[in-house]
Design a protein around this ligand. Structure first.
Ligand SMILES: [Zn+2]
Length: 257
């Protein structure tokens, strides 16, 4: 069998999450596809001005790609942009929010998980919303909660994580380590708990259980937005660090073997 026959070609929609220079003329892309999951592919000649077949590999766009998959990296041999999401590159603030969402998805997912249809739809919808919506924070919080559902880190917002009793309508705390709300009676002093007001919790619950249609016109007071952002960023930072540590750990074990 030759190398050629072992190669497999796929044509797929792809969202471009990350892009680095690779060698003299190529680019290494991290893309998200609905049926092959997240992949790293090389876009040959993508940095040459004259390159036409893979010329449209801008960040935070959707493209139809033809990819040759070898044993190692895939090679993108054709890319045709199907959604440019222009505001994400023309507006610094929108671009920064898109960059955060793309990086978060990248960090919380593994490569090659094939059943990624829901993830793909979420990322695509989020790029659309970040291009159009006024309240970018609402868009990002909604994205975070959906993403955490899909990757298995759904925060517990209905019951206290200590004894699982239903929460009373009062101010609570959030515990990053156990991934949920702790009631004031179980909140031990000296532990790293984050205060979460009743209104802040209401917003997060609403976002967690609703569709985008149900929340898109929600008007959120700035201080509630700030609180929800603080709590979510704290939890997500905790998850990403834990994940990085476990990846690090796996690498060290592999080096020993
Ligand atoms: Zn409790």
């Amino acid at each position: 069998m030759t190398d050629q026959s072992r190669m497999r070609s796929i044509r797929t929609p792809a969202l471009i999450l990350k892009r680095r220079d690779f060698g003299e003329a190529d680019r290494l892309l991290t893309i998200l596809t609905p049926f092959q999951g997240k992949l790293d592919v090389i876009a040959k000649g993508a940095r040459k001005l004259t390159s036409s077949k893979t010329g449209h590999v801008e960040l935070y766009t959707r493209a139809d790609m033809l990819i040759h998959r070898g044993r190692d990296l895939g090679i993108c041999v054709q890319a045709e942009m199907t959604a440019p999401f222009l505001p994400l590159r023309e507006n610094l603030n929108r671009g920064a929010h898109a960059s955060y969402c793309a990086e978060l998805l990248d960090r919380l997912t593994a490569e090659g998980e094939t059943d990624a249809g829901a993830l793909f739809k979420l990322m695509d919808d989020t790029f659309i919303r970040l291009s159009l919506e006024d309240d970018l924070r609402l868009t990002v919080r909604f994205f975070e909660l959906r993403l955490l559902d899909l990757v298995g880190f759904r925060p517990e917002l209905l019951n206290c994580v200590v004894e699982h009793e239903p929460l009373l309508p009062e101010d609570q705390f959030f515990d990053n380590a156990s991934g949920g709300v702790v009631c004031p009676r179980h909140a031990l002093r000296g532990t790293a708990l984050v205060p979460l007001s009743m209104d802040g919790l209401k917003l997060l619950r609403h976002l967690q259980r609703s569709t985008w249609k149900q929340i898109e016109s929600l008007k959120v007071p700035p201080q509630i937005h700030e609180e929800a952002e603080r709590v979510m960023l704290g939890y997500i930072t905790h998850l990403v660090e834990r994940r990085l540590q476990s990846v690090d750990f796996i690498r060290r074990v592999r080096d020993l073997a």
